[in-house]
Design a protein around this ligand. Sequence first.
Ligand code: SF4
Length: 86
Amino acid sequence: MEWIRHAACVGVDPELFFPISAEDAGDDQRARARRVCEGCPVRSQCLAWALETGQRSGVWGGMDEHERAALSRRRNRARQLASTGA
Ligand code: SF4
């Protein structure tokens, strides 16, 4: 994880990336975390790492756990279709 040294979130309160609430306050927190990720030079590496390691909470690579789960499902489905030649 050499890339983490270049992360835009270095020095940002880590709790910003782990909203506790699913309500409005959590939405605001996720939005602020995503804004940090938007300008991050290692966003793709961060997202890949979160997917590979199965991070189940928090904003990584600009995506929350629900968005990452949906992305994983789409990728798995695409792999299945590719392997069956469909
Ligand atoms: S993408 Fe977001 S969470 Fe990941 S390293 Fe960059 S700023 Fe941090």
